[in-house]
Design a protein. Structure first.
Length: 496
């Protein structure tokens, strides 16, 4: 079609629309506006997937209208084709909306599988589920509601399986590859215990995923531990193979094992002796570490108090600058306030020291944070899944009641905390039950009035250490006693 014909055609359309003031390049957008709007709505509803038949029909009519426009064909025919495109776009939108209701569970399973990267990690399973859902969508378009629902349920099962397999791939594929490598290298011959532990952990992680794919914390930790043990087994195998080749004696092996312990002991100025094994040197190093931790904690406490003093002085100095003219009148008042503040801090420090002396280092950690004193009962543990206080811990709780006497009138909260293993709701319930059990014991001991003693469970929401290690999880399973010293008794009030 030549330029003259195109210009004449464009002018005819403009006259037909009664918009001769529009530039020629806007003609198509005005003519196709309604169909484009309908297409955008259908696309936003994912109608291409949820209503493939109607969507394809609409797209075919749209292409025909565009081709006719480009070749300057009859205006009325173009409008009819655009009308048909709009009708099918709207049908696809309505069908997609219906599909979202009828296939609600299936579409949720599809989205869950997509979130764990099932399309990439389990491509074949994902494509099979997509194919089945597409068939369900076509059945719904054709009015076969029962057939559509049956296919949807089948697709849902496929998506859930793809989701589970993708989760396994995320956590276990690497570990399984390491185990295959270990088998190929005959690691079972030299490191059977470590290799068996790796395989058992991997199996347990897989079982956890199958039982509850949405609480992956424990499965992830188990998979990570399995991967570590698999690598550990490979390392042991290579090391033992090297020792076999070098024909090392048992004596030289044991002497080499003492070297790392000796180096650590040297770093702590400990004279390591191995005439009774490595137990004594290790215990000496651990004792030194605990001692230094306590010194560090004391220094941090002193720094915090200094910071409080500096902040108080700074605040008072700022106020004084704004009232420079009254400086002399305020001097005596400032001195009195600072003296009182220092007295209060000294009294608070003395009370804290008295509380610290009540407990052995392995029974509790005592901390101060602002107006709160926290007794972290590291010694108290509970049977798995239970909230029964064992008699062996009554003596520690008796010391807690003595600590309360240092803070008469204060509000006290018993806080229960767990690690991340297990479901969120179960952990929250268990931590609450354990906190309530400690509260009831303290009330029965008669050490504090019920109106001042509360209990709260926080489950796994407030960890103080990493949940990726056993030691970290042990620290997170705890009871904290929080004494709010700003409630009730004045800071300087003496204990009865």
């Amino acid at each position: 079609m030549n330029r003259k014909a195109i210009t004449a055609f464009s002018t005819g359309i403009l006259l037909f629309l009664g918009q001769t003031d529009l530039p020629a390049q806007n003609v198509q957008s005005e003519l196709f506006r309604e169909a484009e709007t309908a297409r955008a709505e259908a696309t936003g509803l994912e109608a291409a997937f949820l209503s493939p038949g109607h969507f394809q029909s609409a797209a075919d009519w749209m292409r025909k209208a565009e081709a006719d426009f480009q070749t300057g064909k009859n205006m009325e025919d173009i409008q009819k084709k655009l009308k048909m495109a709009s009708v099918y776009w709207r049908k696809s939108s309505a069908s997609a909306t219906e599909a979202r209701v009828v296939f609600k569970d299936c579409l949720k399973a599809r989205n869950d599988a997509r979130l764990v990267e099932a399309p990439a990690l389990r491509k074949a399973q994902w494509e099979e589920a997509e194919k089945t859902l597409s068939q369900a969508c076509r059945s719904l378009e054709e009015g076969d509601a029962n057939g559509a629902r049956n296919k949807s349920r089948k697709a849902e099962r496929s998506y859930r399986q793809a989701e589970l397999e993708a989760i396994k791939a995320n956590y276990l594929d690497g570990t399984r590859e390491l185990l295959k490598k270990a088998e190929a290298k005959d690691v079972r011959k030299r490191a059977p215990l470590t290799l068996a532990r790796a395989a058992a952990l991997a199996d347990k992680a897989e079982s956890q995923l199958i039982e509850n794919r949405y609480d992956t914390d424990e499965a992830r930790q188990l998979a990570q531990e399995a991967q570590y043990e698999a690598k550990h087994a490979l390392f042991l195998n290579d090391t033992l193979l090297s020792l076999e080749k070098s024909k090392a004696t048992m004596e030289s092996i044991l002497l080499a094992a003492e070297i790392p312990v000796r180096r650590i002991a040297d770093a702590f100025d400990q004279n390591a002796r191995f005439d009774a094994g490595s137990g004594a040197p290790v215990a000496a190093v651990l004792a030194e570490i605990r001692k230094r931790e306590q010194i560090a904690a004391s220094r941090e406490q002193a720094l915090a108090e200094k910071a409080e003093q500096i902040a108080a002085l700074q605040n008072e100095t700022d106020r004084m600058r704004s009232r420079l003219g009254a400086l002399q009148d305020r001097e005596a008042d400032l001195t009195e306030k600072m003296s009182r503040l220092l007295e209060e801090q000294a009294a608070a420090r003395e009370r804290l020291e008295r509380v610290e002396k009540l407990f052995a280092s392995d029974e509790a950690t005592i901390m101060r944070s602002g107006d709160q004193v926290i007794l972290r009962l590291t010694h108290i543990t509970f049977p798995v899944g239970k909230s029964v206080i064992e008699p062996g811990y009554f003596s520690v709780l008796a010391k807690v009641t003595e600590a309360f006497r240092e803070y008469p009138g204060s509000r006290i909260t018993v806080e229960g905390h767990t690690d991340s293993r297990g479901g969120d709701e179960a952990n929250l319930r268990l931590s609450t039950e354990r906190a309530e059990a400690v509260r009831e014991y303290l009330l029965a001991a008669g050490s504090v009035d019920a109106s001042r003693l509360f209990a709260a469970g926080y489950g796994e929401s407030r960890p103080i250490a990493s949940n990726d290690t056993e030691e970290g999880r042990r620290k997170n399973r705890r009871i904290d006693i929080v004494i709010e010293t700003g409630h009730g008794a004045a800071a300087g009030e003496a204990a009865p």
